[in-house]
Design a binder for this molecule. Structure first.
Ligand code: SME
Length: 162
């Protein structure tokens, strides 16, 4: 395993996702411990993009429960019918929120969070086992580029036991 990420400077976000993918793939290769893998995925995303908050909520006992994350402290449990995370879980697909103040039911863990993307994580059987929540302190910070880049990275987690 490489000791640090090798990321292009002054590159577009799409280019950074492209450079990051094989490095995350290498990081996860041969490791089956889910905490280790989720922790390294959030660390890689934080380092690559400097997101304000990036972390996982795992599906546990009928709720979303905080998992490995990087950023300020966050709420630990989210009901399936609450917040952007619950919405993405129920929808079974990624949700991009350009302005969290305009999203009814958004859970404000930090008033600094302005926009976000939440992407479901599926296991090899297709069941949603977690969601990845990425928050930005800038409005309208996420696009289809992030959806594609993040979905591709999260696909690497298939087969990891949660
Ligand atoms: N933004 C989330 C809540 C979790 S935190 O922001 C870390 C939501 O509304 O689902």
């Amino acid at each position: 395993m490489a000791e640090s990420l090798d990321l292009p400077k002054n590159a577009s976000r799409a280019e950074v996702y492209e450079a990051l993918f094989p490095q995350v793939q290498a990081l996860l290769a041969g490791e089956t411990d889910w905490i280790a893998n989720l922790a390294n995925v959030v660390a890689a995303l934080k380092e690559a993009f400097g997101f304000f908050w990036v972390g996982f909520y795992r599906v546990q006992e009928g709720q979303l429960v905080l998992g490995p994350f990087q950023g300020p402290i966050a709420c630990t449990r989210i009901a399936f019918d609450r917040g952007v995370c619950g919405h993405a879980y129920r929808a079974g697909s990624a949700v991009i929120v350009p302005d969290v103040e305009r999203f009814p039911g958004h859970i404000a863990c930090s008033s600094l969070s302005k926009s976000e993307i939440v992407v479901p994580v599926r296991d090899s059987s297709g069941a949603i086992i977690a969601v990845l929540d990425v928050d930005s302190d800038r409005l309208n910070d996420f696009s289809e580029v992030d959806r594609e880049g993040l979905e591709k990275i999260l696909d690497l987690l298939k087969g990891v036991t949660l």
